[in-house]
Design a protein around this ligand. Structure first.
Ligand SMILES: *Cc1c(COP(=O)(O)O)cnc(C)c1O
Length: 376
């Protein structure tokens, strides 16, 4: 018997003690020790390989950053800047300690024990973990075999009026985006009892002409939230800042009630304002990533590897080897990726698009591994 289970008296929340583990990408120092390589290509966490705008570091070095004062609990300046940027009312925007905190706050705010939450599979772990923590059941609709959203199956699931619908589009880990028509069909299938949450963490990496999440918020008949983040395109993953844009201020008020008061620290608020103001830096980083994404996808296809079409800063691909083995082999060459573990996807791997040099290293290592799978 373990020490914790033999502790008399304490009674953990069974929903929380039974939660599946969130698999974070491997820490770089650990990867150095395990692989013996000094230079690690960190391609597991969808971070920005180009860093962040130099204006962010300038702002953090200026007198406007004062670590001794509590941060603005209302995130006033950042919300006002986002309001202007998105053309959306500031009182309908909630800032989170990463958008992942908004996933947690939304689950806490809109799910009661026994309620149903709907999402897709393969999935972003927290879209399942946070509803489970709130005592909800989670229904997951698989992607189609060619790795698109299964719109018909989602329409059928939405007809059952789940309390929450977490839709990551573009999808993590698959990379698929929604067309405007597909989003319109999902909206038409959504009942008024469902809060439709569109997680657009990779919005900036999408090609033109696909579904525009902000249009969802202007659909007056539904309760909707769009989640976005500064972690990916803006390169602020370490500072933890994202946001929930809500279809009305009452939804924002309820989400804000479910978070801690000083959830977004002072450095994060200042950095996000500076990053948002430097759209040119962000767009340049995104363009470089998109062109590398096309190159790496083409190389992988040339190697006979099945790659899902991606509108993100990563690729999801499948080879004839357990993903844990593939990840181990890549790690031995100093490359960190995410070997997928969900049932049915154990031979799929998610690799972040890095710098051209990192991507070349990844491709060379994968060629070696593919040679190995042919030999067996
Ligand atoms: C990376 C990611 C997030 C963002 O996480 P942050 O907490 O903002 O760093 C949210 N949703 C999905 C689907 C993601 O992949």
């Amino acid at each position: 018997m373990s020490a914790s289970s033999s502790q008399p008296g304490i009674l953990p929340n069974p929903n929380v003690s039974a939660l599946p583990v969130y698999h974070a990408g491997m820490n770089i120092d650990l990867a150095r020790r395990l692989s013996g390589h000094d230079t690690i290509a960190a391609l597991a966490s969808n971070e920005n390989p180009y860093g962040c705008s130099p204006r962010v570091m300038e702002a953090l070095g200026s007198s406007s950053f004062n670590p001794s004062r509590y941060s603005d609990a209302a995130c006033t300046e950042l919300r006002n800047e986002l309001s202007r940027f998105l053309d959306h009312p500031a009182d309908a925007i909630v800032i989170g300690n990463g958008s992942e905190e908004m996933v947690a706050a939304i689950s806490r705010a809109f799910l009661v024990p026994g309620a149903c939450a709907l999402t897709v599979t393969p999935s972003f772990g927290l879209h399942e973990i946070e509803p489970l923590a709130a005592g909800a059941r989670v229904k997951k609709v698989p992607m189609t075999p060619d790795m698109r959203f299964d719109i018909e199956a989602l329409e059928a699931a939405l007809a059952e009026a789940p309390a929450l619908f977490f839709l990551p589009a573009p999808s993590n880990p698959v990379g698929a985006a929604l067309t405007g028509d597909e989003l319109a069909r999902l909206v038409a299938a959504t009942r008024p009892q469902t809060l439709f949450v569109l997680d657009e963490a990779y919005f900036e990496f999408m090609d033109e002409g696909l579904a525009d999440g902000m249009s969802l918020l202007r659909n007056g008949d539904l309760s909707t939230v769009v989640l976005r983040t500064f972690s990916k395109a803006y390169g602020l993953a370490g500072l933890r800042v994202g946001y929930a844009a809500c279809s009305n201020p009452e939804i924002a008020r309820i989400i804000a009630a479910a978070k801690t008061p000083f959830n977004v620290n002072a450095a994060a608020q200042i950095a996000a304002v500076a990053a948002l103001a430097d759209q040119a830096w962000m767009k340049n980083a995104v363009e470089r990533t998109k062109s590398e994404r096309a190159r790496v996808a083409k190389e992988l296809t040339g190697l006979g590897v099945f790659v899902a079409p991606s509108h993100t800063n990563f690729l999801f691909f499948k080879i004839d080897l357990q993903s844990s083995r593939t990840a181990e082999e890549l790690l031995s060459d100093g490359i960190i990726v995410k070997g997928w573990r969900e049932a049915g996807y154990e031979t799929w791997v998610r690799v972040t698009i890095g710098t051209a040099e990192e991507n070349d290293r990844f491709l060379a290592s994968l060629r070696r591994i593919l040679g190995m799978t042919g030999e067996k």
